[in-house]
Ligand binder design. Structure first.
Ligand SMILES: [Zn+2]
Ligand SMILES: [Zn+2]
Length: 361
């Protein structure tokens, strides 16, 4: 039994019932949260690039091969949206009802909750994922059911629209940066791909005291923004001598590469500019495969690390960091929730310069 809230009636989810298909507004009965569950009215939901991939139904594996997401357990219909800020409207009978009326950021990378990985707090690495907005209905919806109140985080003084980005873009960036620590003051970090995540990475690095950031992006506009965000250098990867330029700018001391593109070319570039003992963190999911001589990997003691979202603890640390440094204060475009489909389409077509946030009135 849920406490409070007049749960009579229906609500709308913008869902698709075939990969690549249109989103249709579909009516569902407003659920009554049970036990530890919490029901929130969606206030804001970020539109993330991984929504484009989930909607398409696959990730490219290089040479035309695909990782089929239907085969990976994503069940249709799907209601996307994993960057959600909402207001608690009702709670299960094991949840303190002081939560009702509070606005919260939702941690979406939920696992089975029972395996040892989940018990250690690494739910994002669970082999039986139940992520909101992928495996379970997400925030392209008027309401969202969260399985436990522990996944809700206070916003502090953050702008709630912008704060939604912290659940995925922000968290992914933050977790990737944690994987390259410690960075010493003379060392350089290369950020490949200066879209939303790349810009957040540059800002986070600079705000954490890393002054030596090299940005790489094909877009002149994004390179300029990267410099404004604090990158010391910004290069165009189409330049034939890009690897030499980056290595030279980094004084042969590039200790880490954060790759927010993730294709054959960016991987090759990143691995070629790392110095001995360097770390390559792959975050972008554009697809492709790694070809790199194994003897170099060993003699240069290179680490290649994949990074996917982050833990609940990391999200809490990030919210604190963002409050302290005004990290989430980046330009966003607000669109109405009902325009979820065109937002994903525009993002897929590369028509979105910044971040779109859907707003549910
Ligand atoms: Zn688990
Ligand atoms: Zn995302």
């Amino acid at each position: 039994m849920s406490k409070h809230f007049d749960a009579n009636g229906d609500y709308v989810r913008y869902e698709f019932s075939e990969f690549g298909g249109k989103f249709r507004p579909t009516n569902y009965e407003i659920p009554s949260p049970r036990g530890q569950e919490v029901l929130l009215k969606v206030d804001f939901c970020g539109v993330c690039h991984s929504d484009v991939h989930v909607h398409e139904g696959y990730y490219g594996l290089g040479q035309g091969r695909k990782l089929d997401l239907g085969e990976r357990g994503i069940k249709l219909p799907v209601t996307l949206g994993h960057e959600v800020v909402g207001t608690v409207v009702s709670v299960g009978d094991e949840v303190n009802n002081v939560l009702i009326g509070q606005q919260k950021l939702i941690y979406p990378w939920i696992g089975c909750g029972e395996c040892s990985v989940c018990q250690r707090g690494e739910e994002n690495l669970c082999t039986k994922p139940g992520s909101l907005g992928i495996f379970k209905p997400g925030g392209y919806s008027e309401y969202i059911l969260v399985p436990h109140h522990k996944y809700l985080e206070d916003l502090g003084k953050l702008n709630p629209a912008n704060a939604s980005l912290l659940a995925c873009s922000g968290l992914t960036t933050f977790s990737a940066i944690k994987k390259i620590q410690p960075i010493h003051s003379d060392e350089f970090v290369v950020v490949i791909g200066c879209g939303g995540l790349g810009q957040l990475a540059i800002k986070t690095l600079v705000l954490s005291g890393n002054k030596n950031v090299i940005a790489v992006d094909v877009s002149e506009e994004k390179r300029e923004i990267a410099k404004t965000s604090g990158a010391r250098f910004a290069f165009d990867p189409r330049d034939k001598k890009i690897a030499e330029q980056v290595t030279e700018a980094g004084s042969d001391n590039c200790i880490a590469v954060l790759d927010f593109v993730g294709n054959d070319e960016t991987m090759e570039l990143g691995l070629n500019v790392l110095r001995k003992g360097g770390k390559f963190v792959a975050v972008g999911l554009h697809g492709g495969e790694i070809r790199y001589p194994i003897p170099f990997l060993i003699t240069k003691a290179i680490s290649i690390i994949g990074s996917y979202t982050g833990t609940l603890t990391e999200m809490k640390e990030l919210v604190e960091f963002a409050n302290k440094h005004d990290l989430a204060n980046i330009p966003v475009e607000i669109r109405p929730l009902k325009d979820a489909y065109s937002a994903v389409e525009d993002l897929s077509a590369g028509k979105v310069p910044g971040r779109i946030i859907l707003k549910n009135d």
